[in-house]
Structures are given as C-alpha cells and as structure tokens.
Design a protein around this ligand. Structure first.
Ligand code: ATP
Length: 588
C-alpha cells in the first residue's frame, strides 16, 4: 500500500528546509519514515536526499537548466524568454516553477501515467522515466513528462519537482542523517545507529536498509550481505606520528608492509563480462577507465569477484608511476579515448572481498592476500602491491626507503592477526600508513569541508578572501569549523572560486553545520566541497567548534592552513573527522 501523498511529502520537505537544527531535522525525517510503508520508504529516502537511486547507481537526472525552463514554459504557456528572465530574477528554478505554473488542463497526462491524487511513487516513477528516456526525440519526451508533473502538483510540489529534476534540491541532508532518522523511528533512539551503519557500509544503499528495516526489522538488516554491484565502503588506514608506534599498534608478530600508491582508489565488481568500477566516493566511474575494464576481463581469473586497489598513472616506456595530479586528467566524461592513450593507467591491487559467492570480509588479511594472488594473473597492466612481511621494524624501514626510491608515497603496514578482517568504512589499527611527508616533519594533510566564505577585500574584492573549513563529527553527523583558509591559492583558482562553489551556496547556516558567532561567514555553503589543507599545528581555540568543550569554552583549530588541492573524490562525510584532529593534537 502507498500511503505518502506527495503534498504531505513536500510540506515535510519545507519543514526540513526551514530548520536550522540538526536534531529537529532528524526528528522530522524520522516521523516521515515512520509514516511510510515498506513499498515506498526507499523512494522517500532517495527523494529527501535529492536523488532517485542509491548514490552509486549511474542514474543521472540532472536536466540542464534550459530543459527545465522549457518544461516550465510548456506547462504554463509563458514564453521561454520570460521564464529565463524570472530565473535570473528569482535565482532558483523551484521558485520560478512555483510562481509561474497554474493548475490547468493537462495535455501531457499520458506521458506521465499517474492515477488520481499524486503519490510519492507517481513522482518518483515520473522522475525515473525522465532519467531513463534516451535516444532520438528524448529531450521532447523528458520535457513533456516534467511539464505534466508540474501541472498536476500544487505550488509547493512544483518547487521541489523542478529542483529535483535539475539536481539542485539541497536540503542539507546526508546519508548519515537518514540513518539517524531510521534509528530514531524504528529502534527508538539515534544511539542505535551503529547497528544500521554496518549494513550501510557493506551495501551503500540507504533505501535498501530502510525497506528491510521497515519490513523485517533489525534481524533483516543484520542479514544484509555484500553483493556484486553494490559498492562497499573502503577500509581506511590510521596514522602515527612516530615510526616506532607502528610496532606498538599492530598486534600481530608479523607486520606486512605494502607499497602505498597515491592514485585513485578503485573498487572492482566483476560479474562475468560485466565489470563495474567504483571510486572512493562510491560513484560509478566505469566509463572513465575502459582500459582497466579490458584488463580486468583479461587477467582476473574468476567469474565473480570484488577487488580493492588503486589506479595509478603509469609511464610504460620508463616503468615509472605518475603522480596523482597526472591521473586526475583521466577524471572526465568526454575525450575518454584520447586521454586513455595520453595517460595510461596501471591497476595495483591490494585486497579481495568476495569470490564466486563467498564473502571474504571476515577472513584474515594473510588469507585474503593469498586468495588475491590466486585470483590474479599478474601483467604489465594489473599487478599486486609489492610487500615485505617481517616482525623487525628495521626491515620494514628498509622497505619504506625502497618505496620512496621508487617514487611512491610510502607504505601501508597491515596486521597479520587472525582478526585482521576487512573493516568496511573502518579506520583502525589494522592498517597504518607511513608517508615520506612524516619523515621531513611536515605533518599529514587534512581534508576539510568548505562551509562558508568571507568577502574578499582589496586585491581579492569580487571573490572570496578566505574560506571557512570544517571537519566531520561522525558521532553527531555534523560539520565543525576548524580553520579559516586564505593562502595557497593561485590567482586563477581564487578568481574561479565563487563560480566553483556556486551550486553549494545557501542563504543560511545549514542545519548540520556548527559555527560559533565569532566565526560567522559572509556566505554559507552546504557541506559539499572538500579541500586538502596543510597546516603547521593543531591548537586549542576559543572560536572554532571542532571538538568543542563547553567546560573550557574551547575547540580545536588548524593554524597557518595552506590550500593544497581540491579533493573531488571525497564526499564531505569522508573528510578528516574531528576525532582524528584531536588524535593529531595529542600526537597519538
Ligand atoms: P584516507 O583514504 O585514509 O581518508 P587519503 O585519501 O588522504 O586518506 P592517505 O591518507 O594518503 O589517503 O592514505 C590512505 C589511502 O591510501 C587509502 O585510502 C588507499 O586509497 C591508498 N592506498 C594506497 N596503497 C594502498 C595499499 N597498499 N593498501 C591500502 N591502501 C592503499
């Protein structure tokens, strides 16, 4: 049975949009989820996130602004140029749709195929139809379906439909917010979220978890298994500030030190001839790497497998790894063929998570490595990460030097203990990274989320003078400020900043962002863009909210921050956590 009426749904979206409290946001969503039936709860989750599928599916709705304007024009009878002018005036396609379109006879009813009163399912399916319509004349059909939906909805509904269609519905809700809301709705408290988080880490599908939770309860959620074509959250590495600490932290006698590659993390899902590649953000990047796909087909010797590794730019003539910056040129939708030749890649594998129906998540690292060696026929194009296994730290240090001489970033030391499982999304002491920067006493960089900006003055007028950056508090699902970043940008990067960040601009403090009065920025951004920042030290701070202690009235700050690069491959929830910053402060 479908219960959620679209009008009720959009009234709720309005409430979510208007709240500035993360707790309230979770309560509102939680009530909505409680009221949803099992057949629709997944759609509710996706739409609240502004999507029509789990994030990893390559289903792209994002119609161009022009197409949405055209649909508004045919739905309202108002000329296209007038719709364009209204868009310029109001600055939001949703407001334009809400204002201009009036309820009239719907000449495109048959395109949309809804029945009676609009339900959330009608809208969801309409949007899916828009996304899946392709080929000749598809633009026209897409516009008609959209126009039809816009006519049938009420004013509030039109606002959200237009934003969803354009891919600009920003409510500041993240997957973790929905997990909190699910936990509150069905398990009685937000604190039960970790139970759901495990299923999320191995399935990456919030809709699936909601559906199973509603229909089968927590027992059903616990039975969710890893599956081909549902990406698994990558396991991450801890850091130490002294090399000797690696010995203290790794609990097995032997330490396996592997080469550390600075490329792009790629998880492969092979199902016979069907190969899918997922990035660190768990988005589908298969189309960017046709060469990897071909080589996986050729050299991976099992039917069904999930592999973890790093794609590296590679100079095959001179047998040399290229830098991350070189590889980034492969991140493109167009000219893939040309860049495949210009920047060839080599896939360096370091883990296997699933083989022919069997999960290897709960198998120790030594056994996984052994399996990996059997699964792969090594070649020029795909190879295993080289490694040295030893209980002697001096020996590990020698291997580290060899890696540095090969122009690699460092090593990842892995535990060989019996319980050295693959911990999806986990960052614990089973894997520890050690990089060359640590040696030269530069501290590790931080990946921070841009949540605000200050207006530039003088040479910087017209652009931003500095950015307000935050770390992620994964306990509360909030973003806490830690640094004001104003150096390290080139003039060109600086000038391009307002445009680059434009789609994340919002007019008030987003609900999940925690900022002290003293640091309030001139412009707010939804947590979306991640930057890599190098700082000199971490100190206590009375103005930043990272790891805020009410008794001391102090948080933590990164001093003398310098912009290094954009980290497009990281989602805001994958930024450096507030806990990690505290750990760096303590020098652990
Ligand atoms: P993180 O991924 O830990 O959030 P990051 O993206 O800044 O941080 P680093 O801190 O440099 O990356 O190191 C961790 C990353 O190193 C892993 O996420 C993985 O992508 C990469 N990596 C390279 N080689 C290996 C290896 N042999 N084993 C595991 N990870 C490796």
């Amino acid at each position: 049975m479908i219960k959620i009426n679209f009008e009720v749904f959009t009234r709720t979206l309005e409430k979510i949009e208007n709240t500035t409290s993360q707790n309230e946001m979770v309560s509102i969503i939680s009530r909505l989820l409680k009221d949803s039936e099992a057949e629709e709860i997944d759609m509710v989750c996706y739409l609240v996130l502004g999507r029509i599928a789990p994030g990893y599916e390559d289903i792209n709705l994002g119609l161009s602004e022009k197409t949405v304007q055209s649909a508004i024009s045919i739905a309202s009878g108002v000329s296209k140029s007038q719709v364009e002018e209204e868009t310029r005036n109001l600055g939001d396609i949703g407001e334009v749709a809400g204002k201009i379109i009036k309820k009239t006879q719907n000449p495109f009813k048959e395109c949309f195929g809804y029945t009676g009163e609009l339900s959330i399912k009608d809208i969801f399916q309409g949007l899916r139809k828009i996304a899946s319509t392709g080929g000749k004349g598809s633009q026209d059909i897409k516009k008609k379906i959209l126009a039809s939906m816009l006519i049938e909805a009420d004013e509030t509904g039109r606002r959200y439909i237009a934003r969803l269609a354009e891919g600009t519905m920003r409510l500041g809700v993240g997957d973790m917010t929905i997990l909190n809301a699910l936990s509150l709705a069905f398990l009685g408290s937000k604190r039960k979220k970790p139970v759901l988080e495990h299923a999320y880490n191995i399935s990456s599908d919030i809709g699936l978890i909601a559906k199973v939770l509603k229909a089968e309860g927590i027992k059903g959620v616990n039975q969710i298994e890893i599956t081909i074509n549902r990406p698994i959250k990558a396991m991450l590495a801890q850091r130490v500030s002294n090399f000797e600490d690696i010995r203290k932290k790794i609990r097995s006698r032997d330490i396996a030190a592997e080469e550390k590659f600075d490329g792009e993390r790629i998880q492969t899902h092979k199902d016979g001839k069907n190969i899918k590649l997922y990035s660190r953000r768990l988005t589908d990047v298969t189309s960017q790497f046709p060469d990897l796909v071909e080589n996986i087909k050729k050299y991976v010797k099992v039917e069904k497998v999930i592999l973890d590794g790093e794609a590296m730019a590679y100079d095959f003539e001179n047998d040399l790894f290229g830098s991350f910056q070189i590889l980034m040129q492969r991140r493109r939708k167009y000219d893939v063929k040309e860049y495949r030749k210009k920047i060839p890649v080599k896939y360096m594998l370091f883990d296997v998570l699933y083989v022919d129906g069997n999960s290897f998540m709960h198998t120790s690292y030594p056994q996984r490595r052994e399996k990996l060696e059997r699964v792969l026929e090594e070649s020029k194009y795909i190879a295993l990460a080289s490694r040295r296994v030893s209980s002697d730290l001096d020996n590990i240090d020698d291997f580290f030097q060899e890696c540095i001489n090969k122009n690699l970033e460092g090593i990842v030391c892995k535990s060989c203990a019996e319980d050295s499982y693959y911990r999806a999304g986990g960052r614990d002491w089973t894997w520890i990274k050690w990089k060359k920067e640590y040696i030269s006493k530069l501290s590790d960089t931080l990946d921070l989320v841009i949540i605000g900006a200050y207006a530039g003055r003088g040479r910087r007028s017209g652009t931003y003078g500095a950015l307000l950056c935050a770390s992620y508090n994964h306990h509360d699902d909030t973003f806490e400020t830690v640094s004001k970043l104003g150096t390290g940008f080139s003039d060109k990067q600086l000038a391009a900043m307002p445009e680059k960040l434009a789609d994340a601009r919002v007019d008030k403090n987003p609900a999940r962002v925690v900022v002290n009065k003293e640091m309030e920025p001139d412009f707010w951004f939804d947590p979306e863009y991640v930057v890599e920042v190098l700082g000199s030290e971490i100190t206590k701070s009375p103005v930043h909210t990272c790891k805020w202690r009410e008794d001391e009235k102090q948080g933590m700050a990164l001093r003398f921050p310098r912009f290094i690069r954009w980290r497009e491959e990281k989602s805001p929830e994958q930024a450096t956590t507030s806990d990690e910053i505290l750990q760096m402060y303590k020098g652990a």
